[in-house]
Design a protein around this ligand. Sequence first.
Ligand SMILES: Nc1ncnc2c1ncn2[C@@H]1O[C@H](COP(=O)(O)OP(=O)(O)OP(=O)(O)O)[C@@H](O)[C@H]1O
Ligand SMILES: [Mg+2]
Length: 227
Amino acid sequence: MGILEVTDVQRTFGGIVALDSVSLSITQGETTVIIGANGAGKTTLFNCITGYHTPDEGSVVFDGADITQTPDYKVARMGIRRTFQEVDVFDELTVAENISLGVFRSDPRELMEALDLMEINDKLGEELTLFERKRVALALAADGKLLLLDEVFSGLDPAEKPAMLDHLNILAEEKTLMLIEHDIETAFDLADNVIVLSQGRVLGQGTPEEVKNDEEVQEQYLGEMAL
Ligand SMILES: Nc1ncnc2c1ncn2[C@@H]1O[C@H](COP(=O)(O)OP(=O)(O)OP(=O)(O)O)[C@@H](O)[C@H]1O
Ligand SMILES: [Mg+2]
């Protein structure tokens, strides 16, 4: 059994089916990258795993415990942590204060060192560049055991991407990562496993090679991307 088992999860918003019978299994220690077009349901999947939304149907099991109905703050304390697509840091607090407020399980100093935050520990949230804010958000997520990272590369300068990649690779040595990523090359580079979502359904999953060669994925998703 995986560290995370999502079984037949369904989630609708009014008439929109955001997730349609989604099942997946995440193996401890592996990095899974979720790809899919805008509106495919990627963030909703993270929301259903982390307790921000409750699935209409189906189950989410983490470390053997059913967390389908568990509220977000409890899920976070159990060890599933996340970053948000819109980076969320307290503007009026310093980097060090942001970290000490949000970290329960790890040594805050170790996390700050790992993410190159020591030299900006006195800077206020509102003074940070996007890349700095993203590193604070990543340090907060890194407090968990299973880290759900929503588009950590988006908005970064090309020059900042290699440093972000290094940080993710360091985290991946110790943690189980799930990433949402739009850039296919980055996704296939980072992933042990890839999951393709399309209109709320799992269109394909497997190793990067398997997914690249999957006919349905080719036709419906990768075809136009000329891999
Ligand atoms: N809180 C909500 N209320 C109403 N509709 C929602 C809500 N959250 C998501 N949706 C809808 O569910 C569908 C899936 O959205 P979701 O944000 O999960 O997609 P996504 O794959 O993360 O897209 P993107 O790549 O643009 O971030 C979309 O049609 C979206 O409009
Ligand atoms: Mg999203």
